[in-house]
Write a protein that binds this ligand. Structure first.
Ligand SMILES: *Cc1c(COP(=O)(O)O)cnc(C)c1O
Length: 456
C-alpha cells in the first residue's frame, strides 16, 4: 500500500521558533510549570489542544470574504444553519461563540439545583457548567474505557445497563436530560458506536428523558463507525452522521473541533418549550439569535468547514497520521491508550511513570518534561484536571493521561517524527522524573491557572 499523504498542499506558511533547553527551563519556571501559561512563541510544536487550532482551507478563506455582517437575519446565518441542518437535522439551531456557551445556556434553562446529568464522560467545561448550576455530573462510560491497555473498538461507549440502573435509582424526575459525548474526549478521544447511541436513546426514551449529544468530534466518530462497526462499511460519512443525530433530541457543539474553524459553536434542539428560553438567555450573554457571539464571516467559515469535515479523503489522512505516531510509540513499549483515538495521542502517564503516585500528578510531570526536552506542549488529563472533588478533597482520577492533541491540517509527517523522537528520549530517562504538587489553585478548573512545583 502507498503512503497515505496529506491531502492538501501548503499555500501560506507560518514560521515556528526554535528555543534552547536553557531558554525553556527559564520559561517554564517563570510560569510555575503551568503549560497553559506559556507564551505560545516559546513552544515549538503545540499539541496543547486541537481546539480552534485548525488550518482553514482556501475555500473557507473565500467564504470569510462572503460574510455578511448584518446584525439580524444575515445570509451568513442562513448558510450556517443550512450546513448544520444538512448533517444534524434539528429544528432549532442557535449559534454561540464556543461550545461552553451552548452548555451554559442549556444547563441554565433545563437544570435545577440538586439534579444530575449522566454522560459517558463529561468534558471538563461540561462538568464545570453542570456543577455551576448546582447539579452533579455522573460519568457512566464502559469499564473497558478506564483501562488504557485494553483494546476495544468503541471504548467511548456508554455503559447502557449502568445508565438504566442509575436513572432508576436517581429517579428520572431528577434528571433533566442525558448526554453522550462523541468522540469521548476526556476518555481518550475514543469513539462511540452507532449501536451504543441507539441503545442509550432507548433507555432515555423508556424513562422519558431527552438525549443530547456533545457533538464536538462527530465526523471523526462517524469515520470510526465506518471503519469498525459491522454494517457501516459501505455508508457515506454524512449518512452515518445523520443517523447518529437521528437518535438525539439536541446537541451542544464546539465548532473549534471537527468543523475546522478557529472559533464558534452551537446549541441545537427540537424542544419548543426550551428554545425560547435558550434564545432569551443567548441574547443576554452571547448576542442576537442569528449571530450568537460570532461575526457573519465566522458563520460562513463554519458552513464551508462542515463540508470539508466529513470528506473521507481528509478523515482517512487524519486517522492515518494518528496511527503513524501511535504505532511507532507502541512498538517502542511506550504505555498509551490503545487503540488510538480520533484527535490525539494519549500517553498513559501512570504506566509511564510508575514511581509517581497519582496525587503527585505523573501526567503534569511528563507534560512538563516533553516541553523541557523538546519544546512540545501537551496537556495533562488526569488527577490535576479532575482530582479535586466538589467537597474540596482530592482523589486520583480514573486515569492519568497526557494528551498530545493533533491540530487539524497543521503539522506534517516530519513534525510527527520529531514528536516521536522526543517522547522516546524522555521514555528512556523516565526513572529520573519527579512528581509535582500545587503551590496555588483556584476554586474551579484549577489546571488552567494553578501553579506547580516539584515534590522533593
Ligand atoms: C472542547 C469541548 C467542549 C467545549 O467547547 P469550547 O468551544 O472549548 O467551549 C465541550 N465538550 C467537548 C467534548 C469538547 O471537546
Amino acid at each position: 500500500m502507498k503512503t497515505i499523504i496529506e491531502p492538501f498542499r501548503i499555500k501560506s506558511v507560518e514560521p515556528i521558533r526554535m528555543t534552547t533547553h536553557k531558554e525553556r527551563r527559564h520559561h517554564i519556571e517563570a510560569v510555575d510549570y503551568n503549560l497553559f501559561a506559556l507564551h505560545s512563541d516559546h513552544v515549538l510544536i503545540d499539541l496543547l489542544t486541537d481546539s480552534g487550532t485548525s488550518s482553514m482551507s482556501s475555500a473557507q478563506w473565500a467564504a470569510v470574504m462572503l460574510g455578511d455582517e448584518s446584525y439580524a437575519g444575515s445570509p451568513s446565518f442562513y448558510r450556517f444553519e443550512a450546513a448544520v441542518r444538512e448533517l444534524m437535522p434539528f429544528r432549532y439551531i442557535i449559534p454561540t461563540h464556543q461550545g461552553r456557551a451552548a452548555e451554559k445556556i442549556l444547563f441554565t434553562v433545563v437544570g435545577r439545583e440538586g439534579q444530575v446529568i449522566p454522560n459517558n464522560t463529561h468534558f471538563d467545561t461540561t462538568r464545570a457548567n453542570v456543577e455551576a448550576r448546582g447539579m452533579t455530573a455522573a460519568d457512566l462510560g464502559i469499564e473497558e474505557g478506564k483501562h488504557p491497555e485494553v483494546e476495544h473498538p468503541f471504548k467511548g461507549n456508554m455503559d447502557v445497563e449502568k445508565l438504566d440502573a442509575f436513572i432508576r435509582e436517581t429517579g428520572p424526575e431528577n434528571i433533566p436530560l442525558c448526554m453522550i459525548t462523541v468522540t469521548n474526549n476526556s476518555g481518550g478521544g475514543q469513539p462511540v458506536s452507532m449501536e451504543n447511541i441507539r441503545r442509550t436513546k432507548e433507555v432515555c426514551r423508556r424513562h422519558g428523558l431527552p438525549l443530547f449529544i456533545d457533538a464536538c468530534r462527530f465526523a471523526e466518530n462517524a469515520y470510526f463507525i465506518k471503519m469498525r462497526e459491522p454494517g457501516y462499511e459501505e455508508k457515506t460519512v454524512p449518512d452515518i452522521v445523520r443517523e447518529m443525530f437521528s437518535h438525539a433530541d439536541g446537541c451542544t457543539m464546539s465548532a473549534k473541533k471537527d468543523p475546522l474553524v478557529n472559533i464558534g459553536g452551537w446549541l441545537a434542539l427540537n424542544n419548543e418549550e426550551w428554545v425560547d428560553q435558550c434564545r432569551n438567555f443567548l441574547i443576554l450573554t452571547e448576542g442576537f439569535p442569528t449571530y450568537g457571539g460570532l461575526a457573519g464571516r465566522d458563520l460562513d467559515a463554519i458552513a464551508a468547514g462542515l463540508r470539508e469535515a466529513v470528506d473521507e479523503e481528509y478523515l482517512r489522512y487524519r486517522y492515518a497520521s494518528m496511527r503513524y505516531v501511535a504505532d511507532r510509540l507502541t512498538a517502542a513499549g511506550v504505555p498509551m491508550v490503545r487503540p488510538v483515538g480520533g484527535h490525539a495521542i494519549f500517553l498513559d502517564a501512570r504506566g509511564f511513570l510508575p514511581q509517581i503516585p497519582p496525587l503527585h500528578y505523573p501526567g503534569q510531570s511528563l507534560a512538563v518534561e516533553l516541553y523541557l526536552y523538546g519544546g512540545i506542549r501537551s496537556c495533562e488529563i488526569g488527577t490535576s484536571m479532575f482530582g479535586k472533588q466538589a467537597d474540596g478533597s482530592e482523589q486520583p482520577a480514573s486515569m492519568d493521561l497526557v494528551r498530545l492533541a493533533i491540530p487539524r491540517r497543521v503539522y506534517t509527517q516530519s513534525h510527527m517524527d520529531y514528536v516521536i523522537e522526543v517522547i522516546l528520549e524522555v521514555f528512556e530517562r523516565r526513572a529520573s522524573l519527579k512528581g509535582m504538587r500545587y503551590t496555588w489553585q483556584p476554586p474551579a478548573l484549577r489546571h488552567f491557572t494553578g501553579k506547580f512545583a516539584y515534590v522533593d
